[in-house]
Design a protein around this ligand. Structure first.
Ligand code: NG1
Ligand code: ZN
Length: 542
């Protein structure tokens, strides 16, 4: 490896002196103009990771639900998973090395990870629709090329589609074909077969309104639409032709503001959903006859899916173990409903899909969802084989049910949470069970809740434990929170430093919206006082 060449090219993607970034919950994220050097260096790192794992590695250029001016990058590991923790550290070191230290840091990684430089490397690249993404993805390619890695640039893709491509390539096509048509065909075939079993007598033709956050989801849904149009007709809103990415629309907006997106007409009781900017999150919602808005978040999607899977398993008399994985942001009512009514075990992990994904792998069928709508279902190899066998062996009705399970396995993107795939699963389940969106919503009532952000000088002064539900530092903060929580009924609150934004996040729930709002505000004040708040003191009201 000619390190001098790297140094020379690196200068063309020079790092702004003093800029420090952290590989966070979803890779690097910041203003797009600060990311050129990070992209080049992640191209280099992807080649090293590919050589070390002897597998294809993915690089996705996106900042998901963050504003259009931002961008970001994350690496995708061989089975479509998030990058291994030790490599996240390497990513941070490499991204923050000043130009003159680049060689040393690179050599350090190569030695520490015993990377064989003679090994071939292959990297696949995808990007979202942000104006800055194309140029930044070329900087990734520059990095890959300098280290003589081979690559395939898929261009515009949703984040989960890139995860799918990586997974397909590393399982020699067994999981599916690593092309965009391969993705469309695999999911659509499963969806159409599954919904064929729904008794459609008297049913109106199924339609769904989809807010695509003015992002990549719109492009890909339009491309895909005719593959599944037999079973579902989608009406795309916020397709990017007019509005700004993630601005007043998209899953993150709808979930955090608990109101409908701009740019979508909603008649009462119509089924609607929103994707986020890179189409890995989905939330549903509707307006009732009185005009009230009802949000159906990731927790309720997980509940619908797990109850359906449990029913199917019961019908074929198979007791594969099911587990639901959530984070501290899961609504308390969802956890209670899952545990007490549905009798499924529920686990709580730290925020960030890699933690949920990891935990979900412990079950035959692991269902994981973040409240914000990011999630999927993982089927273990054993579960998959058993179900496939039953679909051949069983008779009549039971065989049909096993076939449905087989289609469900194909319909879930097992490499990552995927808004398109989750949408199709949800639509199929609602059709099969003959459920309206109101009936689904009525499974349980969410506890009123509020999420706030507090700016502090250094958010890392907050350290947490118990899956982020307790703050261990700064001293006195947890005691203050405990004191405030006691003032309200059915209440709960916690704080944690965000992994994607320079803020501390505050979450509170209670028996009424007023109480949840007021508790969240009081906790924000405690954070501001005890964890080094900067700028204006948090004000009540939203
Ligand atoms: P941070 O900024 O660490 O809270 C947010 C989401 C995560 C996850 C990541 C990645 C919340 C409260 N947090 O992380 O769940 O989706 O972004 O996109 O929704
Ligand atoms: Zn996203």
């Amino acid at each position: 490896m000619d390190l001098d060449v790297i140094t020379k090219y690196s200068a063309l993607h020079a790092k702004p002196g003093g800029l420090i970034l952290q590989y966070g919950t979803a890779g690097f994220r910041t203003k797009a103009e600060h990311l050129d050097h990070v992209m080049f260096r992640m191209g280099l790192l992807a080649v090293l990771r590919s050589k070390q794992t002897k597998s294809t590695i993915g690089v996705m250029v996106t900042a998901s639900h963050n504003p259009e001016e931002d961008n970001g990058v994350k690496l995708v590991d061989p089975l479509g998973e998030m990058l291994a923790p030790s490599w996240e550290e390497h990513a941070t070191c490499l991204a923050n090395a000043e130009e003159q230290d680049m060689q040393r840091v690179l050599i350090g990684i190569i030695e520490k990870e015993a990377v064989n430089l003679q090994q071939d490397a292959f990297v696949v690249i995808g990007r979202d629709t942000r104006p800055s993404s194309e140029k930044l993805s070329h900087s990734v390619i520059d990095g890959v090329t300098i280290l003589r890695g081979q690559f395939h640039d898929y261009g515009l893709l949703t984040t989960p589609q890139l995860h799918y491509m990586v997974y397909c390539r590393n399982t020699s096509g067994q999981y599916g074909k690593a092309t965009i048509e391969g993705y469309y065909q695999k999911l659509s075939k499963a969806f159409v077969e599954l919904t064929k079993q729904a008794s459609c007598s008297g049913d109106e033709y199924r339609t769904l309104k989809v807010d695509c956050a003015n992002g990549i989801g719109a492009l890909k849904l339009r491309e895909m639409e005719h593959y599944f149009s037999q079973g579902l007709s989608v009406h795309v809103f916020n397709d990017g032709t007019k509005g700004k990415l993630n601005h007043l629309c998209g899953a993150d907006f709808v979930k955090s503001h608990q109101k409908p997106p701009e740019g979508m007409e909603m008649k009462s009781n119509e089924r609607c959903c929103s994707f986020d900017g890179d189409a890995d999150r989905i939330v549903y919602y509707y307006r009732d006859a009185d005009g009230h808005f009802h949000l159906i978040d990731g927790d309720k999607i997980a509940t619908l899916i797990s109850s359906f899977l449990k029913e199917l398993l019961l019908e074929i008399g198979e007791n594969l173990n099911i587990g639901v994985v959530q984070t501290a942001y899961a609504n308390g009512s969802s956890t209670r409903y899952l545990e007490e009514v549905m009798k499924v075990p529920v686990y709580c992990t730290k925020t960030g899909v890699k933690h949920l994904h990891h935990k979900a792998q412990e079950f035959d069928i692991g269902i994981y969802f973040e409240a914000n709508g990011h999630g999927t279902v993982l089927f273990s190899k054993v579960a998959e084989m058993k179900i496939k066998q039953l679909a051949k062996e069983l008779e009549d009705n039971k065989r049909k049910v096993a076939k449905m399970l087989e289609n469900i396995i194909d319909l879930f993107n097992q490499a990552a949470g995927d808004a398109i795939s989750d949408m199709l699963v949800t639509e199929a389940i609602l059709a099969l069970k003959g459920l309206t969106i109101q009936q689904w919503d009525a499974l349980y009532t969410d506890l009123p809740n509020r999420q706030l952000k507090v700016k502090v000088a250094d958010r890392q002064v907050i350290n947490t434990t118990d899956a982020e539900r307790q703050a261990v530092t700064p001293p006195g903060l947890q005691e203050a929170i405990n004191g405030l929580v006691k003032k309200y009924r059915l209440s709960r609150a916690f704080v944690r430093p965000s992994g994607t934004e320079d803020v501390v996040r505050v979450y509170a729930e209670a028996d009424s919206q007023e109480s949840a709002d007021s508790l969240a505000h009081e906790v924000s004040l405690a954070v501001f006082q005890l964890a080094g708040g900067v700028g204006e003191r948090p004000q009540p009201g939203f």
